[in-house]
Design a protein around this ligand. Structure first.
Ligand code: FAD
Length: 279
């Protein structure tokens, strides 16, 4: 069982707990992106099993009135084994989503996976008429060029700062440069996209910038934040009328995800220590 301190960041270990969390979060006006924890499988069995779990989850979602979708990691459904395995499993998932009228996001992993991920996104976004989204990372120098290529693809694009340590020749490594790239790429999206923009950030400055760009260009957008991070802001923004999605991971492989969350920010580590100490 997940200890209560990890339960701040993870929606339980089973689809049932994830759906329960979704119902509670929806009641606050916040929609939910469900991610089954798992990545970097080097054999077919777990990759196929996680793809099947997503197919089943989409079927479960189809029987509810919940505001939810799923987000999948390429290496979770076979990219480390081969691009063909990844595409085969993604097709199973996007077919199930189409059958149940649900939406599928594809997360972006390190730079070695960018080409295969974008290419699969293009294929399945076209095939489903836009029922798929992909994540792009502001820390990668290539992202502006990638966005130019994605302008006419039906579907959604989530812009994040980037969670992977990348070499300096292909990525901005200084925080200020990443922020500047985030702003430039976001402005390009508001100028050139017809909609389908997802702002994947907790940064109040980036969220304010997105609302300013919306006022200037009128393009529709949504905000996305992680479960357990600035949840008050998530609820307040939803109350103010913004479309807010919470990315909520679930599943048995919760420990490394929880550990990453508490390491990345002093406040999260203090929260964990306080919970352990019972103060
Ligand atoms: P940061 O630069 O980390 O922080 C900026 C400011 O935001 C802080 O100064 C503070 O004011 C506020 N803030 C940030 N965190 C907190 C906190 N815990 N509590 C209070 N205030 C805080 N990365 C990928 O590489 N691939 C993906 O597919 C991907 N998907 C994502 C999906 C979603 C929905 C989100 C939210 C992030 C995703 N990321 C992904 C992670 C992303 O790349 C960043 O690593 C992560 O979001 C941290 O950057 P940030 O923009 O939130 O702000």
């Amino acid at each position: 069982m997940i200890p209560p301190i990890a339960g701040r960041f993870v929606a339980g270990e089973t689809p049932a707990t994830a759906l329960e969390h979704t119902r509670r979060t929806n009641a606050d006006g916040v929609k939910v992106i469900l991610n089954l924890l798992g990545e970097h499988y080097d054999s077919r069995e777990p990759a196929d099993a996680d793809a099947t779990a997503y197919v089943d989850l989409l079927s479960d979602l189809g029987r509810t009135d919940l505001d939810a979708c799923v987000s999948v990691k390429p290496s979770q459904i076979g990219l480390d084994i081969g691009e063909d395995v990844f595409r085969e499993n993604l097709e199973r998932i996007t077919d199930a989503a189409a059958e149940h009228d649900e939406f599928v996001w594809v997360d972006m992993e390190d730079h070695d996976t960018t080409d295969a991920t974008l290419s699969a996104y293009e294929t399945f976004a076209e095939a489903t008429g836009g029922n798929v989204g992909v994540c792009v990372q502001a820390n990668l120098r290539r992202t502006r060029t990638d966005l130019e290529r994605l302008v006419d693809v039906p579907g959604k694009v989530r812009l994040v700062k980037g969670a992977y340590d990348e070499p300096e020749d292909i990525a901005y490594t200084d925080k200020a440069d990443v922020n500047e790239s985030y702003r430039e790429n976001l402005e390009f999206m508001f100028q050139e996209f017809d909609g389908g923009i997802a702002v994947g950030s907790h940064d109040p400055a980036m969220i304010q910038y997105a609302t300013d760009l919306h006022d200037e260009y009128g393009t529709d957008f949504e905000l996305q934040m992680l479960m357990g991070v600035r949840e008050d802001a998530q609820r307040e923004l939803a109350e103010d009328g913004y479309e807010v999605w919470q990315y909520a991971p679930y599943g048995g492989k919760w420990f490394s995800y929880f550990y990453r969350r508490i390491r990345e920010r002093k406040e999260n580590a203090l929260f964990a220590l306080r919970a352990i100490a019972g103060v």
